[in-house]
Ligand binder design. Structure first.
Ligand code: 15L
Length: 264
């Protein structure tokens, strides 16, 4: 069956990394952003929508004929409270509401490790911190991701929507620093995880950690594996080239000390 997926934040870091990786012959990617998204090339089945996630009516139109929404949009770092409230919290509400009104059965929400950034590394134990550990946000940004998870839970419980919140670790092409050896999510594994989120039968409401199979992992992969995710990468391959960090007590690392409300 041909499938159409709406990706918000399509011009952002993760959205850009996912574009080629989520491409499939039987799938159309509807790429939405306030910023310019590069036009379709080489017969790509891509539709471009310029809109803000905070514009509910535009989001209802963008959700029309869509099988699932992958919500990556919003600020990906710390910002002032009012901007965070508007773009990340109101924006997520608007995406969920639009999906509901348009009859989209499944929404995947890009949460972050910063929803639980004040969890201690020492809590990890052998298996890593479980994904059902309650949020301990480290920033206003982290609060917005905890609110995202709560909104997703609400829309599942009230309306039966399938909602999967992925607490993404650090999703970049390469590991940048020592902390990344714990939390790296390789772009290929990120696509594998999103594919599992898209294809898992009747997931209901889930919160999962999004990392690769890192030797030094501090968070659990059990919940993501239960969706069918099989990570193939390990950040350890970068161990000799990363910038050393001062030892961090909390998984959020530098976000736990960055001044609140100031762009970092
Ligand atoms: C995030 O949530 C950010 O979006 C990303 O830019 C990184 O800072 C990442 O967390 C991280 O913790 O490394």
């Amino acid at each position: 069956m041909p499938q159409r997926i709406l990706i918000t934040g399509a011009a952002g870091g993760v959205g850009t990394l996912m574009r080629s990786r989520l491409r499939r012959p039987d799938r159309t990617l509807r790429m939405l952003d306030v910023k310019e998204v590069p036009a379709a090339e080489n017969g790509e089945s891509v539709e471009i929508v310029e809109a803000s996630v905070t514009d509910t009516e535009a989001m209802v139109r963008a959700c029309s004929g869509v099988d699932a929404v992958l919500h990556l949009g919003g600020f990906s770092r710390e910002n002032g409270w009012n901007e965070t409230l508007s773009v990340n919290i109101d924006g997520t509400h608007s995406v969920l509401d639009a999906a509901l009104r348009a009859g989209v059965p499944r929404v995947i929400l890009a949460s972050s490790n910063h929803a639980a950034g004040f969890r201690r590394v020492a809590e990890a134990g052998d298996n890593g911190i479980p994904a059902d550990a309650p949020p301990r946000p480290d920033t206003y940004y982290g609060v917005s991701k905890a609110a995202m998870e709560a909104l997703g839970s609400l829309y599942h419980s009230r309306f039966g929507m399938d909602v999967i919140c992925v607490r993404i670790g650090s999703c970049f092409e390469r590991v940048r620093d020592e902390r990344g050896l714990e939390l790296w999510l390789s772009p290929d594994d990120c696509a594998r995880l999103f594919e599992a989120c898209l294809s898992c039968p009747s997931p209901g409401y889930r919160v999962v950690w999004g990392i690769s199979d890192n030797t030094r992992k501090t968070v659990s992969l059990d919940e993501a594996r239960a969706l069918g995710y099989e990570p193939q990468d390990d950040a350890e391959q970068f161990a000799d080239e990363v910038t050393p960090n001062t030892k961090h007590e909390y998984i959020g690392g530098p976000f736990t000390t960055t001044p609140l409300g100031e762009p970092n």
